[in-house]
Structures are given as C-alpha cells and as structure tokens.
Design a protein around this ligand. Structure first.
Ligand code: AKG
Ligand code: FE2
Length: 327
C-alpha cells in the first residue's frame, strides 16, 4: 500500500485528516481542504473518517465469504431483470463498459440499499445461507450513511452554507452499498475487458473502500484522456463527487471519470492478475426531492446552467443504461 506522503507527492488527490472536523476542533479548515480537492480532482482521501478499521475489515471478510459461495447460492439472490433495480447479485459479464470499447466488465457484484425501500426492495440470500450476511451489509450501509452525512456537512461549510444544508435533501437515505469482486483473470483478458470501464458516478458523493491490490485510476483533470492511479492508502477512505452533485453545484465541483484496470506492474499468480475486492457506497439525494442549483454557485455573471430536477429522475435515467437488461 502507498503511504499518504507518496500519494501526495505522486498524485493530485489531497489526503485530508477528517478528525478535526469530527471532533469540532478545526471544522472550517478541514471543510475548505475537502472542497478544494473536490474542485480540482473531484476526489479526496480521508483519514480518521469515523468508522473503526475492524468494521471495515469485517465487511471485507463478509464480502469474500459471499463471493466464495457456489454460483447456485449467489444466484439465489439474483438482481432482477429491470435495468434500474440495483439490488442483489450480478455475475461477471452482466454490465458493459460504456467507454470506448463497450465490452463486458470482469466483475461480480452484490448491491443493497435500506431495508424499507419500497421502490427498490433488497434481494437477500434465502434463509439459512450465510445468516449474518444481511445484518452485516445493513450495518455497514448505515455506518457509511453516517460518514456520507458528515462529508456533506463539510461540503456545506466549504461552500459557505449552513452545515446542515444538504441534510434535508439526503434524509431518505436513497443510497446503495455495492460489494465488488474483480475476479482473478489472465492479463490478456483484462487488457481486453475492463475490470470496470471509464465512467463517472451518478451520485452526490461516493465512498470507496478498496483492498490493497490497487488499479483504480482517475482522469487527469489537466490532461483529459490520460489517467492517474488512485492507489490504496492504509486506513484511508476515497471519496468522490458524482454527476448529480456536479450538476447541483452548477459545475463548480467536479465529477471525475474513473475506471479500474489491473494495477501497473502487478505480479501475476499463475499468469493471472490477482482478484480485487472493493466496496463503494453510493450516496444519493432523496429520489423525490426537487433540487435547484446550490446557493452561492450561481449569480448574474454565472447563471444557472440547469433546471431543477429530482435525483430519482436524473439517476434512474442514467443507470438504466449500465446493465444489459437481459439478466
Ligand atoms: O472498485 C472500484 O475501485 C471502483 C468502483 C466504481 O468506480 C463504481 O462502482 O462506480
Ligand atoms: Fe465509480
């Protein structure tokens, strides 16, 4: 794993210690640093973001155990055929890369949300299979929801707004937790089929937990079309802004294109790139609340570029395209 110092030297993403925001000792300075990183790269690394390392380790263990189940077990919690129903298990090949090559992506995933979401009910394993799985996923979902709320408070302060400005727009927790398993595969296969293709997220903010394998890359804001690594840093969470927040901020903060490739110089095992596990948490504004450009992001000289919209309409229109709709 890279050290924070290496990342600061080699990449453009800031590494920010969130402790002084959470304990209230230096909120504004932390908020300003986070906002500055979102404006330049769309990403930030956060240290001391408020989740115990053991809780993160536990969900990675649970994820590994889930993906190690036989296919008939995993498939007994299938993602539904609708392209917009992002719940349950999707095997390798069920998503397409929307980048230049439009090939299948070499990952399997499990997606879930809050348990009382009537529009998109969760899809769990049948009773008796990994009995702790549901509770572990939901515990981690709510831990992530808390982290995201704190980041949105920092973002509001950075933007010169009331700290709870974003709260009312995210109170529904219309969020999604995804467990990803990028399967081990020969390098040639991964050179022709992305682990995850170039995309930007549709969210307000995304939290990304990754193991120590690496391979996440983001588009260099200074050189569109070329990518820089966002390597794992021990104990740090990666946070990135999504398209909805970029639009909401009248394009004053960036949603940056990113992808997952085999990590540069990775050691193959038996000619194969090692598998990788990651856990993104997609934090969305309430699907039913109309939002208009954030105060302070527009004025007579920088008029609003966008009409008011709900996150539900915006996001569902976009994610329907990501799945092939046949499975
Ligand atoms: O697995 C990763 O590192 C990135 C995942 C990602 O970008 C996504 O699911 O939107
Ligand atoms: Fe993403």
């Amino acid at each position: 794993m890279a050290s924070p110092e290496d990342v600061v030297k080699n990449a453009k993403i800031s590494v920010v210690d969130f402790a002084a925001f959470l304990d209230g000792s230096n909120k504004q300075a932390v908020a300003d640093n986070i906002l500055a990183s979102f404006k330049t790269t769309g990403f930030v690394y956060l240290l001391n973001y408020g989740v115990r390392p053991e809780q993160v380790a536990t969900i990675f263990d649970v994820s590994k155990e889930f993906f190690a189940q036989p296919m008939d077990v995993k498939s007994s919690a299938p993602r539904l055929a609708s392209g917009t129903h992002h719940r349950g298990y999707s095997p390798v090949g069920h998503t397409k890369n929307h980048g230049p090559s439009y090939v299948s992506e070499v990952n399997e995933r499990f997606e879930c949300g809050r348990e009382d979401d009537k529009r998109m009910p969760n899809v769990w394993l049948p009773d008796g299979k990994m009995p702790e799985f549901r509770e572990s996923c939901l515990d981690f979902f709510w831990a992530c929801n808390e982290v995201a709320s704190n980041i949105l408070r920092a973002l509001a302060l950075g933007l010169g707004l009331r700290e709870d400005y974003f709260h009312q727009y995210h109170a529904a927790a219309d969020n999604q937790l995804t467990l990803f398993h990028y399967v081990s595969a020969p390098l040639e296969v991964l050179e022709q089929n992305d682990r995850i293709g170039e995309h930007s997220d549709t969210t307000s903010v995304t939290l990304l937990f990754q193991d120590d394998v690496g391979g996440l890359e983001f588009e260099d804001p200074a050189a569109p079309g070329s990518f820089l690594p966002a390597p794992p840093i021990s104990g740090a969470l990666i946070v990135n802004i999504g398209d909805f927040m970029m639009r909401w901020s009248n394009d004053t903060i960036r949603s940056t294109v990113h992808r997952v490739r085999p990590p540069p110089g990775c050691q193959t095992q038996d000619g194969k790139v090692p598998s990788r596990y990651s856990i993104p948490f997609f934090c969305n504004a309430n699907f039913d609340t109309v939002v208009d450009c954030i105060p302070g992001t527009w004025d007579a000289e920088h008029p609003k570029k966008y009409e008011p919209i709900t996150a539900g309409k915006y996001i569902l229109d976009q994610i329907a395209e990501t799945y092939d709709g046949e499975s």
